[in-house]
Design a protein around this ligand. Sequence first.
Ligand SMILES: [Zn+2]
Length: 313
Amino acid sequence: MTQRSTISIIIPTCNRLNTLFPLLDSLALQKESPLYEIDVVTSDDGKRDDTAQIQQLYPWVRYLRGPQRGPSSNRNNGARSTTGDLLLFLDDDCIASPTLLSSYVREWNENPNVSVFEGRITAIGTRTSHAEECPVNETGGYLWSCNLAILRSTFMSLGGFEERFRFPAMEDVDFRERLMERKTLIKFVPDAQVFHAWEIRTGWKRIRHYLFSKMFFAQLHPVKGSLKLSYFIKTRVREILYNGILSWNVYRFRGVSQLLLGIANDWRLALFGQFPALGRWYIARAKPCCAGCEAMLTTLRQAPVPVVAEVRR
Ligand SMILES: [Zn+2]
């Protein structure tokens, strides 16, 4: 067996055994192979210690307690404990296709000049509500962190995921941007497929966390395009038309409050982009709703000029 054939699989989780178990079951079916060896680690950011259950049911999985500072830190925590030359990041709410690992390993062996491999993400079922989300990636280009493989050396030289992102928002876009800035070769591997359910995402807190994440992203990547009202109108109106009007006969009122909250949030970002002083004023007086917010507000306040930018997600 060559040195190239150990693949370390990192699964960040947060006391979600109900979603984690189906993923581990799907990996169990492909853990034995003449092509590769696997090393699976799950880093759990939850308050409860599930070590005993994991050890009993999945003795081939290493279970770590997470640092409880958001998904970026949790992924880095898992990655630091591994030794494989290829790191595969999977989210705990995915299910691996039977060809996931063999496809990655094949591409890895055949493309020594490529350092990042992007897997395919297919939605399970159809969307039935404005509030349902799924990180679909059927043709590549998104590099969502729920299914991506990267050479250890590239990941380490990049410094991993940016830990100042405290929520599951924009941290993967930042990761992709930093890879693009370095002109890293990224290859889409359609056979490296996972399945991901549509999940209801609601609440004002979540919208607010997204706003902080986007503002921080803008501080890190101002060139990506600061959001002016004109840009917002051009891109968001199209989305609102599609989601709000063209899909009306499918979703009706299901999740419409989340759609409206999202639109309101986007308008707020657009205003901050147009009038940066307003953004600074908002950040200066915003009250944190959790420890993550507190950390992100501190980060945002430290920046010399908080600006707001927009990226296409
Ligand atoms: Zn909060």
